[in-house]
Design a protein around this ligand. Sequence first.
Ligand code: PMP
Length: 473
Amino acid sequence: ETATVTDEAPDVPSGLAELAKRHLVMNFTPASKYRDDELPVFVRGEHCSVFDENGRRFFDGLAGLFCVQLGYTHGAEVGDAVRNQLAALPYQTTWSVAHPPAALLAAKIAELAPGDLNRVFFASGGGESNEAAIKLARQYHQTRGEGTRHKFIARRVAYHGTSFGAMSLNGMTAVRSMFEPLMSGVRHTHNTKRYRRPEGETPEQTTAFLLGELESLIVQEGPETIAAIIMEPLQNAGGSLTPPTPEYFTGVRALCDKYGILMIADEVITGFGRLGEWFGSIHYGFQPDMIVFAKGIASAYMPLGGIIASDAIIETILDGPVGMFNHALTYSGHPAACAAALKNLEIMEREGVVENVAELSPYLGEKLGEVAKKHAKIVGDLRGDGFHRSFELVTDHAGKRWAAEPIDAGDFVGEHLNPALAEAGLICRVAIDAEGNPLVQVSPPLVMTRGDIDELADLLNRAFGLATASAGL
Ligand code: PMP
């Protein structure tokens, strides 16, 4: 059943959009939003919906930014845990000391993480966590006398953050080129997008091709120069890119072992349930040396991220000449953030949230498949897994591209699709990816019910219908 929603409006001052436009520098936000366009101001959330200052409800098909696993329902309970922690001990470092929430949370994460990933370093978000992973990988190789291993291999179109190290890993030029020179030594290999692979190629052949390309890159660069390979289990940017076959990730693992390279799974999005397991690496059956997490760990009730490293990596560093991980952040393991995460994980376990994703994922796929079929005129591909799915839009199906005529993709998205989504009351991610392909991504809260899935599909149908009508397609 669809969750009930109330229309009780919190007391907020008026003129917030104007204040924000005047004073708030917003993330990746175009000038038009500061000047001409309407700026939504959200004031309240409930279950899978958020409400703007006029009381209008929007279905949050993006879970905030792939991060509110629990939706918007459990704020009071998490809030109590945070308040109790702030009253007991609002702050302590994790520099040569510990405190209850950090110790308990690290142990809990070690319990959930696959294999020997038992050591947790905390940061505040995904990019910061990737910085820690980069430094830990380099320090590990240095400690073992393999200081030549400084390079990283990431994948094309992938996104790993905006700080300099994380940004350097990005496989999209738009967010990096104006900030060059970046961290040197990053190479990019193919991602797993199959939509534009040659007609008739089987998933097994795609896997063989991708692993061949990766090995050839490793050999060409010199294996002794490569520190780590970093990949998301399901790549978000580029549109929900899944491994072609299970042998893809086990094959990458085998190459890492063959050439002494560390394997890092960036699970900022896939971690904590999005694919129906606690981690995407468990879902796809491979064992990384490090997992990078953020977002879902605390359902974004508080900012928190970090890395989970293998015992072997941390023991090597502790036994080495420096004798410590040479890295620190003032807010690493912040007590209030860790308390929120502990409560979040307790609620996720109590309510069977990860099981919910596993159970409803096929139904989500089915309903979105109906949407794709109904709007075949503009939907070229629907792909993804778990509660993370993407539509790639095309008008020229034979060429698998957005036709230059009668309107271009940017116009369609900006002039027709975004307004249609706003009219339908649906939040999802609409992007033109690094290769120019329009994508519509859904990544809803993990507490979504069957009824919510029906509503999500209805809203997508409505938005696609409005957009194609207004574009005259
Ligand atoms: N890695 C991945 C896979 C991400 O999707 C993101 C952000 N969406 C990041 C890293 C960066 O996280 P943050 O914005 O918290 O720095």
